[in-house]
Ligand binder design. Sequence first.
Ligand SMILES: [Zn+2]
Length: 356
Amino acid sequence: MRRPTTFATFGDSLPVLRRLAVAGRGRYTPDPAAMIPQSPCNLCGAREVEEVAEFDRHGKPLQTVICRECGLVWTDPIPSQDALRKFYSEQYRLQYKRISQPTLEHVYRAGKVAAQRFRHLKGLLKPGSVIVDVGSGGGEFVYLMRCLDFDAQGVQPLEGYARYSQEELGIEVHLGFAREIQIPPRSCHMVTLYHSLEHMASPTEVLEHVRGWLEPRGWLVIEVPNVEATCQSPGHRYHQAHIYSFNDATLRRLGEKAGFRPHRTDLSPDGGNISAVFGKESPGPIRTGIPGNCERIMGTIHRHTLLRHFSSLHPYTRPLRRLGRRLKEKRAARRFHSGREVLDAIRSQELPTIPL
Ligand SMILES: [Zn+2]
């Protein structure tokens, strides 16, 4: 069973795409011929898979499978590299026609998240560290890191956002896919991928490529949605934009496969996201497969029924929390006239003096 699919872009650019979709325009559907079956498994190389879903969170056809050997989850087929490239150039045209830059609310939200990310990482940084943020969205994290005197730069395939980051925030952003970007070998202290790895056609190749950028004692930081999350409705688990879905075991094993040693893994308070920090040191011999992980993920997914979901507090408290947050962001953003002003305020309020 092979079906055409649609897909979106890297994490921090998603609000733009959601608005385009709401407007009923701007959905880019690639030629079905540009979709390629994804086998074997990108993580362990096995070929035996099981279907876990036929539809995405909006009820559109999206075949999603799980590897029986390791538990990696992916949409099948996936877009080819050419289809992804076409998507980004098409999205750029749509973006500039209707939405030219992130809204101030979006910058405010992304800036607050960027400040949290810095607090999470600061123990690993040293003054003046070179940091490359892959999938840098509107550039908020890179901008704040530069304000704190780190040598930060972004990588972003969406031209509109890359241009916004450069022109509005004055930061350096490499336009393109991570695998195409040439950063001097062993020149970076840290590479971050916040909600971008799940959008990539080959996570293994991307991690192996960025490993070359890192100095011998460098750090890799990844945050992705958790495929075992139960904070959302069961029907909302699969997203057209997410080619791959991970749990903590597959994310750690992926890092090991690419030549990293797991240092720390954390779940967000609602269990919706996993963040992992890896050191560049070699992890030693890599095992293939993750015994029991496929069964564990399938068990979690099957136990998370609608009845169980609506018997929990999540469907009632989540929308209220989100609404409250959105209203607060809207109110806060009204005080500013530009994205740079928003981020400067967050920097002075939340990161005034940062001893490393
Ligand atoms: Zn596998």
